[in-house]
Each structure stands twice: as structure tokens, then as C-alpha cells.
Design a protein around this ligand. Structure first.
Ligand code: F0G
Length: 458
């Protein structure tokens, strides 16, 4: 019997790749100040910078876009979008936004502010930045297991429940703006959170009157992991698992650029009437009228169809399996990475990969840049360049982990692209001793990794 899991689609339209030489790439990287975010995408062969907004849309999504109703108010496309989001989240009020961080900005402007704390398993960079921009603080309470790249466990995205309760008591419940759980945990290896963890975290929050939210970007991948790994869920349908997950929450923020196969879009889903009114008021002056919120009618259509397609178990099986496939290749070659492989990305463990590069010379960036020069692969550092802070004496306070994320766009690359990626990683691993660190020559005060300029050490 055939055991190969095939891509559950065929390809109707293709984009050619542009090939460069290694010498050209070394020059391109220098011109980009050694920051992969500053490279022209045309100079990238396989772009694994992000799975966000990079999905291949289906013919059904493209067809739906032609049906887009561009009415300013009360667009038919909005009602289609609203119904699709309600079906998944079960929430009362659906607010479209142009992407995830716009939902965050609106929600945190209202709920955040000086003196407030946001508790999470791990906040993603834009989420943390929006919290801090409001004057509040973000606190990550990941379980100890979640912080150990080489330890295999089924739900390494779980929040530490004891720490959650302790922190609520210490800070005082009225000072906690909300607990927001990221599924899957993007900054911590794309690891899932179990239903049990969500249910218990939610009930701790209820006990103290603290709002409980979900950062739902990759909800479908998270729920497929639940189906595979959590006792009692194997026989449940995706919609049952997804509905249960959201049933514990007071609301969610979402970037439709991930688990909705859209190139742009997002939403806020809420149950509270008063909070919804306040969010809509802010929406009108920042994003747009409540029935389009920063999106065109056609975008709302693409999201509505994408939310249906993402729940297809054939797709999710292929998606999760193709990620495991890279993991198996790297494991066989002894390459250190976060285990098990995440839902949308492989996270190389740069600390273990390049132990000779000190943390203040950004081993993650060194590895990411080496992958670009060696094979034209673009990845992203999720380590001290992204999350590092400075102590009062100016020394670097490093991030919890030094990771390099290779995020796989949905339905875009085939198995041979992935084979090539694994080969390049293994080639770089073989010559890891030759790699050198970097120092920063320019940085912005917030989200510095996007625009930082660097130079090689020495
Ligand atoms: N939350 C999580 C967990 C995310 O991964 C992202 C985006 C956002 C919020 C913000 O959404 O981009 O639509 O504004 N992550 C992208 C990434 C950028 O590459 O992981 P957005």
C-alpha cells in the first residue's frame, strides 16, 4: 500500500524562481547590511522568512474574490466573512481589520496602558510591541519544558498554570489586562497548546475576573495537533475541536495571513458588548467602517473561503506531515532544532548549532545569513536580535532561546524544494565552525530586527 502523503492539490499557476550564485548572494547580503529583512525578495530562491500572507490561494478563493462586494457599508462580503468567523469562533461580535497587529493595536489601546500586565505563554513580537507601546508590560509564562529545544513533549506551547495564578495574585487581578494564549506558540517553536491547558488557564482567569483571549493566528494547526496528540480528541471533527478551543475564550485576535490562506486581513472576535463598542469606535478612525475594517470586499471573500479550506483534514495532515519530514532529515544529520517540529516552521537551535558565537554576537543571525549565502534560503532570527533588551549598563539581556525559523508558506513549495532546504541546512552544519558573529551598527527603538543594520565581527 502506498504510504506517501501527497500534496492535496494540483498546480494551476506557477511563479518562476530566480537563481543567483553564492558570490552574488554574499554581495547582496552585504548591501542589505546583513539583515535578511532588507534583501529584495527577487534575490531569494526559497523564501522561508514567513508563512504570513505568503499562502497560495485556491481557485475557489480567487473565484470568490471576483464576487467581492465593494460597498462601503453593509457589504455582502462582510456578512459572508462574519458568518465564516462566527462558525469557527462562536463569538458574538466580529470586527475585520487589515491584519493581526491592527487587531492588537485596537484591543490593547483600550485594555492596556501604564501599570497593566498582559500574561501569555509567549507573546509574538508585534503583540509584545503593541502591549509595550500602550505603556503596559507583557509577561511570558511558558512551561519549563517549552524552553528546552531538545526535549520532546506533545504540548510545548502550554502556559505554566501555577505561575499564571501566582502572577495574577502578585500583580493583583485588576492590574491584569488579560491573559492571551498564542496558538500555536510562534516565538517558542510553533508548538501547540492543549485543550486541557486552555481550559484550565481560562478557569483560573475566570476565578479572578481576568479576561481570557486567544491569539488565534494558527488555530487550525494547533487543533490538528490536539486531534493527533491529546487524549480523547482523535475521533472528534476539526470543527468540534476548534469550537471547543474558542469556547473557553472571551475573545481573540487573528491574522488571516496565516490560517486563513489570505494574503492580507485579520479580525477581532469578541463577546463583550461594551468592549466591542469601544473597539469599533477606534476601528472607524484607524481601519475603516465596521463592515470592512481596512479590507476590500474581495479580501473578506478570500478569508471566508480560506477559513473553510484550512479545516480540511487532508490539508492539515499533509501540512503537519511535511513539516515532520524536514525534521526527520535534520535529526538524521544531527542538526539541533526545536523538537518536535512546529506546525508552520522548523526552528533551528542556533545556540547549540553555533556554540562558539557569543549571544551578543547574534548566533541566530549568523546562521540565518549562512543559509542565505549557501543556498539562497531566507529565514528569520527569533532570538536576541528580535527579543534582546539592554541592561542599564548597556550589556545585552539575551532572549530565552536563539532560534532560526524556517517558516513554510502554505501550499507554495513542493517536496523537492523541502529536500533542497534540508540539504543546505546540513551543508552549513558541516562547516559551522567557520561561521562568525555580527554586531549592530543601527537599530530602531521598537521591533529593531526589521530594520537593524549589522556588520560581521572582526
Ligand atoms: N500573532 C502571532 C502569533 C503572529 O505570528 C503574528 C504575525 C501576529 C500576531 C501579527 O499578525 O502580521 O497579520 O500583523 N506573525 C508573522 C510571522 C509576521 O512571520 O510570524 P500580522
Amino acid at each position: 500500500m502506498a504510504t506517501t502523503i501527497i500534496e492535496p492539490f494540483r498546480i494551476k499557476s506557477v511563479e518562476p524562481l530566480r537563481f543567483t550564485t553564492k558570490a552574488q548572494r554574499a554581495g547582496i547580503l552585504a548591501q542589505a547590511f546583513y539583515n535578511p529583512f532588507l534583501i529584495h525578495a527577487d534575490d531569494v530562491l526559497i523564501d522561508l522568512l514567513t508563512d504570513s500572507g505568503t499562502s497560495a490561494m485556491s481557485s475557489r478563493q480567487w473565484a470568490a474574490m471576483m464576487e467581492g462586494d465593494e460597498s462601503y457599508a453593509g457589504s455582502r462580503s462582510f456578512y459572508r466573512f462574519e458568518a465564516a468567523v462566527k462558525k469557527i469562533t462562536g463569538m458574538q461580535h466580529i470586527i475585520p481589520t487589515h491584519q493581526g497587529r491592527a487587531s492588537e493595536k485596537i484591543l490593547f489601546t483600550i485594555t492596556g496602558g501604564k501599570g497593566k500586565s498582559f500574561l501569555s505563554n509567549t507573546l509574538f513580537d508585534t503583540t509584545r510591541a503593541n502591549i509595550e507601546f500602550s505603556g503596559a508590560e507583557g509577561i511570558d509564562l511558558l512551561t519549563e519544558t517549552g524552553k528546552l529545544p531538545s526535549v520532546r513533549a506533545p504540548f510545548k506551547g502550554n502556559i505554566d498554570l501555577d505561575l499564571l495564578e501566582k502572577t495574577i495574585i502578585e500583580k493583583g487581578p485588576t492590574q491584569i489586562a488579560m491573559c492571551i494564549i498564542t496558538v500555536t506558540n510562534n516565538s517558542g517553536g510553533g508548538q501547540p497548546v492543549s485543550t486541557e491547558n486552555i481550559r484550565k488557564a481560562s478557569s483560573i482567569c475566570k476565578k479572578y475576573g481576568v479576561a481570557f483571549f486567544i491569539d488565534a493566528c494558527r488555530f487550525a494547526e494547533n487543533c490538528y495537533f490536539i486531534k493527533q496528540r491529546e487524549e480523547g480528541y482523535a475521533a472528534k471533527t476539526m470543527i468540534e475541536i476548534v469550537n471547543e478551543l474558542f469556547s473557553y475564550a472571551d475573545g481573540c485576535t487573528m491574522s488571516a495571513k496565516k490560517d486563513a490562506f489570505a494574503n492580507i486581513g485579520g479580525f477581532l472576535a469578541l463577546n463583550d458588548d461594551v468592549l466591542t463598542r469601544e473597539c469599533r469606535n477606534l476601528l472607524v478612525i484607524t481601519e475603516g467602517f465596521p463592515t470592512y475594517g481596512g479590507l476590500a470586499g474581495r479580501d473578506l471573500e478570500a478569508i471566508a473561503v480560506g477559513l473553510e479550506e484550512i479545516m480540511d483534514e487532508h490539508y492539515l495532515k499533509y501540512r503537519i506531515r511535511s513539516m515532520e519530514y524536514i525534521g526527520e532529515k535534520l535529526e538524521a544529520a544531527g542538526v539541533p532544532f526545536v523538537k518536535p517540529v512546529g506546525g508552520h516552521a522548523v526552528y533551528l537551535d542556533a545556540k547549540a548549532f553555533l556554540p562558539h558565537i557569543p549571544l551578543h554576537q547574534y548566533p541566530g543571525l549568523a546562521l540565518s545569513n549562512a543559509l542565505y549565502i549557501e543556498g539562497g534560503i531566507r529565514s528569520v532570527e527569533i532570538g536576541s536580535l528580535m527579543f534582546g533588551k539592554y541592561a542599564v549598563d548597556g550589556t545585552l539581556v539575551p532572549a530565552q532561546m536563539e532560534l532560526v525559523r524556517l517558516a513554510v508558506p502554505r501550499r507554495v513549495y513542493t517536496q523537492s524544494h523541502i529536500d533542497y532546504v534540508a540539504e543546505i541546512i546540513i551543508d552549513v552544519f558541516k562547516k559551522r565552525q567557520e561561521l562568525k558573529g555580527y554586531e549592530i551598527v543601527y537599530e530602531a527603538p521598537l521591533l529593531r530586527h526589521f530594520t537593524a543594520k549589522l556588520k560581521p565581527v572582526g
